[in-house]
Design a protein around this ligand. Sequence first.
Ligand code: PRP
Length: 184
Amino acid sequence: MLTREKSIQGVLFSSEEIQTRVRDLGQQISTDYANLENPLILIGILNGSFVLCADLMRQITIPVEIHFMSVSSYGSGTESTGIVRIDKDLRVDITGRDVLIVEDIVDTGLTLSYLRELFADRQPKSLEICAFLDKPETRQKPVEVRYIGFSIPNEFVVGYGLDYNHYFRELPYIAILKSEVYQG
Ligand code: PRP
């Protein structure tokens, strides 16, 4: 069993830093989407984004709906494959609606590129992305992300919804995993 003591190299963003940034993002989103005809639709991409979604929607002061979609990329380990499987699709019609995809991290960009195309085909009125963490060094496919919490170096990060083999999603902070953990 992996413990924090054995696995965590150090804290990248404290809980306080995260909450401050989430508050700023919520304010910015509330300003940008003020005066919509219908509530803004947030689409959380499970599993990683559930913590961010819960915090972010409570910092948004305009009417919002939250819906979730579950996707996974084929393959295992720490590498993205680019092949995305839909495990649970949306149960809301987003045609003509303002949609904001909420993700915990954009890494290669393969997942969000796929999702952006998928949702664009459903003809929303507007479609933007909020990703809390951005790893620009590992991008394989360019993807336009309107709201970014923090840009980070190419480290394996866990906590605040992000996991390593289902461990560490519960951490209230974002931490760097020791390389020996994922390199065996
Ligand atoms: C993570 C994250 C994104 C994706 C980003 O999900 O939540 O969906 O990887 O990587 P990419 O930019 O390289 O495509 P993951 O597949 O780890 O699933 P999880 O959210 O259930 O942890």
